[in-house]
Design a protein around this ligand. Structure first.
Ligand code: NAG
Ligand code: NAG
Ligand code: NAG
Ligand code: NAG
Ligand code: NAG
Ligand code: NAG
Ligand code: NAG
Ligand code: NAG
Ligand code: NAG
Ligand code: NAG
Ligand code: NAG
Ligand code: CU
Length: 616
């Protein structure tokens, strides 16, 4: 049997070579590049080899990518994630190529190089790559990754790759510092200064009469979703997040950060005039709308260079934006059966004892373990590898059995929209509630959690499959996937500001199976060594007693009982936050942070006592 399997694999490998699969090599060194993307503010963007924006990467199904990423920063760690790719060990790939630092790899230190090396055997469509170190990609460390497919189920004359994003004039780490402080106790997110169309503003694309174009739109932004619409042209959606879909025609697209939608557009038959290609911020996501923020930006679809530029163009309503719940995969893949394991995650945003606003799944705000979760899974004693304890109780670790059907229920106790992204998988969208923001006659808007005995909508026969989905304000989502891709897969909000607030969980998927196949490369270990991170141990870095989690990095303590928001806005104690962003700024050690939290906590308690005495 084994021999037959080996033979089949060899044949498969040969077939790939025969079909002309290629290896694409890139050597990228990160670094700051001075640019003025919106024509309003010059700033340092993060480019590769001195060039910003980084290039789009084009592969064909079956190809190999070898990307050597060298950290050219002076004082930041870095990493690279390939958003949407499955890195499936049963297809000859490795979990260690996924990218998120402290989950599947050690942070790459200044001067160091990590080699990303993998194939794309089965997937095709629109993907992207970006730094997975703090909110680093905010400053431009990202690009599209397109996997072409000879057997695309649609036809067109030309394709275009179009990234949309938000732009912040401040460096990302400064925006983050100002966001995650007790001076911002409500957790109001940094507001972008602009939105970009393929890394610029007032952009144009050229159309020739009667041609059919495939436009691949990607929202590679950090925070705001965008609506996209084209004056007097229709979009036919054919691909979403690397999944071919039953064609669906619409006037307007909605893209949350991380999401991709490819559409076919038939050009007009004449070339008398030009048309507007609009992008609009989903303003419901902003707590405040600064008066000088341009919510709509106009780009040009140029048919005729001698004709005047198109005027801006507005829609009365965005209601026509396709709701992905009602799309279907072209494959017709049926609804997965009843789950073996249901994971309920309540999304909450609240303050902890340091006065900072955090994000939680249930009561846990993700904090990086001391060593990457993959290393814990790879080195734990066999009998403990499925024990969630060793992964630490501050990473929201869920251990999945190989092949089981997993259902994630997300209940939003926050009134904001969150685009949730799962690494390593596409999930089925089984339920997707509307937002529940409207006040009713009975009272103010209330979150509506999922009720298993009374689902809001019929379960689709063939639910939409994708890797990033919007959870509506006060609403809920039910997602299903099969645990057939052994690895450590982070599940997180793709509003990177919220990820920084701790809105993440890690699925420890079939670690027993993973260990049979995955081997850590010498390069992988060297990168850990250079970052001074041990390569053996539990989440707290202990390897003598695997159940001893002493020293585990933890979220700050809760607010002292009775202490109010208003109280702590008033006073100042310097603080640094213990969540995600920390590792990206090498200077700050965890110990400092913990002590600082301790200090703030005690100060708060004393202050509370005083105020009680005063008022009593
Ligand atoms: C990339 O770096 C590798 C290893 O240092 C080197 O062997 C290779 O020639 C480089 N390739 C290019 C295209 O620069
Ligand atoms: C973009 O267009 C606006 C409106 O016409 C103009 O004010 C602005 O200067 C343009 N910016 C750039 C960078 O071309
Ligand atoms: C990091 O280095 C840059 C120069 O590359 C400098 O401008 C910045 O202030 C440094 N940041 C920290 C936190 O030291
Ligand atoms: C990439 O991986 C393949 C398959 O494991 C291996 O043969 C090759 O040597 C690797 N290349 C590099 C540069 O690591
Ligand atoms: C958008 O920018 C990328 C990267 O710079 C480029 O490869 C691509 O062709 C651009 N798209 C269009 C439509 O110009
Ligand atoms: C292009 O626009 C110019 C100016 O409006 C017009 O004179 C010309 O006829 C147009 N060309 C075509 C092919 O429609
Ligand atoms: C942007 O577009 C929306 C609707 O499409 C409209 O309500 C709003 O007034 C526009 N804003 C500006 C500044 O033009
Ligand atoms: C297209 O999307 C709409 C909702 O936006 C849905 O009602 C309709 O059934 C979809 N059609 C197909 C063929 O997917
Ligand atoms: C969260 O709640 C669970 C169950 O009540 C508890 O065991 C766990 O320690 C809590 N975690 C944190 C970080 O507060
Ligand atoms: C992983 O690969 C196996 C074998 O080809 C396949 O059955 C499974 O569906 C894949 N899973 C994912 C998430 O790619
Ligand atoms: C869930 O739905 C069932 C069936 O309609 C109902 O009996 C039950 O009260 C609901 N539960 C909650 C918490 O609303
Ligand atoms: Cu979010």
């Amino acid at each position: 049997m084994q021999r037959i399997l080996g033979l089949v694999l060899t044949i498969a490998a040969l077939a790939q070579v025969a079909l002309g699969s290629q290896t694409h090599e890139y050597n990228f060194t990160t670094g700051w590049v001075r640019k003025n993307p919106d024509g309003m503010h010059e700033k340092q963007m993060i480019g590769f080899n001195g060039v910003w924006p980084p290039p789009d990467i084009h592969l064909n199904k079956g190809d190999r990518l070898i990307l050597r990423l060298t950290n050219g920063f002076e004082n930041l760690t870095t990493s690279l994630h390939f958003h949407g790719l499955s890195h499936n060990i049963t297809q000859g790939n490795l979990n260690q190529m996924d990218g998120p630092e402290m989950v599947t790899q050690c942070p790459i230190m200044p001067g160091d190089t990590f080699v990303y090396n993998f194939t794309v055997p089965e997937q095709a469509g629109t993907f992207w790559y970006h730094s997975h170190s703090g909110a680093q990609y905010t400053d431009g460390m990202r690009g599209a990754l397109i996997i072409h497919d000879d057997e695309e189920p649609f036809e067109y004359d030309e394709e275009m790759v179009i990234q949309v994003t938000d732009l912040y004039h401040k460096p990302y780490y400064q925006a983050l510092d100002e966001f995650l402080t007790r001076y911002n106790p409500t957790g109001a997110e940094p507001v972008p200064e602009n939105i970009l169309f393929n890394n610029t503003v007032n952009a144009s694309i050229s159309f020739e009469p009667s041609k059919v174009y495939l436009l691949r739109f990607l929202n590679v932004g950090t925070f705001v979703s965008q609506y996209i619409f084209m004056e007097d042209h229709e979009f036919t959606i054919v691909e979403v997040d690397g999944v071919y879909v039953q064609p669906n025609t619409t006037d307007v697209l909605y893209l949350g950060t991380g999401q991709r939608t490819s559409v076919l557009v038939r050009a007009k038959s004449g070339s008398e005039k030009n048309y507007a290609l609009m992008q609009t911020i989903d303003q419901t996501m902003l707590d405040v709308i600064p008066p000088n923020l341009q919510l709509n930006r106009t780009n040009q679809v140029v048919y005729n260079r001698s004709a005047p530029a198109a005027d801006e163009y507005f829609l009365d309503t965005y209601d026509a934006a396709t709701n992905d719940f009602y799309l279907s995969p072209l494959s017709g893949k049926p609804l997965f059966p009843e789950p073996d394991y249901r994971i309920k995650l309540d999304v909450v945003m609240d303050n902890l004892g340091d006065g900072v606003n955090y994000a939680f799944f249930n009561n846990v705000s993700y904090v990086h373990p001391k060593i990457p979760t993959l290393l814990t899974a790879m080195t734990a004693p066999k009998e403990l590898v499925k024990n969630p304890m060793i992964y630490g109780d501050n990473v929201n670790a869920f251990v999945l059995e190989y092949g089981e059907i997993v259902e994630i229920v997300l209940n939003n106790y926050d009134d904001g929209r969150h685009p949730f992204h799962l690494h390593g998988h596409n999930f089925q969208i089984v339920q997707k509630s509307p937002s529940f923001l409207e006040d009713t006659e009975d009272g103010p808007a209330e979150p509506v959690p999922y009720n298993e005995s009374a689902p809001l909508m019929d379960f689709p026969e063939s639910p939409m499959l994708r890797d990033t989905v919007i959870l509506e304000g006060n609403g809920h989502l039910v997602l299903r996937f099969v645990a057939d891709n052994p690895g450590m897969w982070i599940f997180h909000c793709h509003v990177d500001w919220h990820l920084e607030q701790g809105l993440a969980a890690v699925f420890i998927e079939a670690p027993d199976v993973l260990r049979e196949v995955e081997q850590l490369s010498e390069n992988f270990k060297q990168v850990c060594y250079n970052a001074n991170i041990p390569t053996v141990g539990n989440a707290a870095g202990n390897k003598d007693n695997w159940l001893d989690l002493t020293g585990l990095p933890k979220q700050p303590k809760p607010l002292p009982n009775g202490f109010t928001l208003k109280g702590y806005v008033a006073f100042a104690v310097s603080s640094m936050v213990a969540v995600w962003g920390l590792y990206t700024i090498v200077q700050y050690g965890l110990h400092e942070t913990t002590q600082d939290d301790e200090l703030i906590y005690n100060t708060l308690k004393n202050l509370l006592k005083e105020s009680e005495q005063n008022s009593g």
